[in-house]
Ligand binder design. Structure first.
Ligand SMILES: [Zn+2]
Length: 158
């Protein structure tokens, strides 16, 4: 039902408003024009991955006294990059990125709810740009009950 979804989205955005005041990295994805996403941060503001030139793929061309350097860029994760899995009261789970020092400090349940709210804000933004419908009624009211760090060998991202 579209109306249920819209109400649920409003609840999600209300949570996101609160989370925005708590998280330095609330807007955790930076985008630049045609490059799209060029860096991703932890919700604390620490950069986790960003577009960088690939040194092995640099081409240098010299013609008519001009030097042209062509670089290819790719998304690189840094050593702070980690993933956590949040478990919600309904038993469902959500995987998100976090930095190593946040993981070391640990998360209160409120922190996890805020982190999830920031992810929902991103979904809302993508939905608005026509990047796919979000099932808000299923997702908006989930409340965190626990979390764990995902060992690197279990990660599903590249
Ligand atoms: Zn962090």
């Amino acid at each position: 039902m579209p109306d249920l979804d819209r109400e649920a989205r409003d609840r999600a955005l209300k949570k996101a408003d609160k989370a925005k005041k708590k998280l330095r990295g609330f807007n955790y994805m930076e985008e630049k024009g045609r490059f799209g996403v060029c860096s991703v941060k932890c919700k604390c503001g620490q950069i986790l991955c960003e577009l960088q030139p690939v040194p092995e793929m640099q081409e240098i061309q010299r013609t008519k006294g001009q030097t042209i350097i062509r670089e290819r860029i790719a998304m690189f994760t840094n050593s702070a990059y980690n993933e956590i899995e949040i478990t919600f009261a309904d038993g469902s789970k959500h995987i998100t990125m976090a930095c190593g020092s946040c993981i070391q400090k640990g998360f209160e349940l409120e922190d996890l709810d805020n982190i999830y709210a920031a992810d929902m804000a991103r979904w809302a933004d993508e939905e608005k740009r026509g990047m796919g419908k979000v099932h808000w009624a299923m997702n908006a009211d989930r409340e965190a009950v626990s979390w764990r760090r995902i060992p690197s060998e279990e990660r599903f991202r590249d």
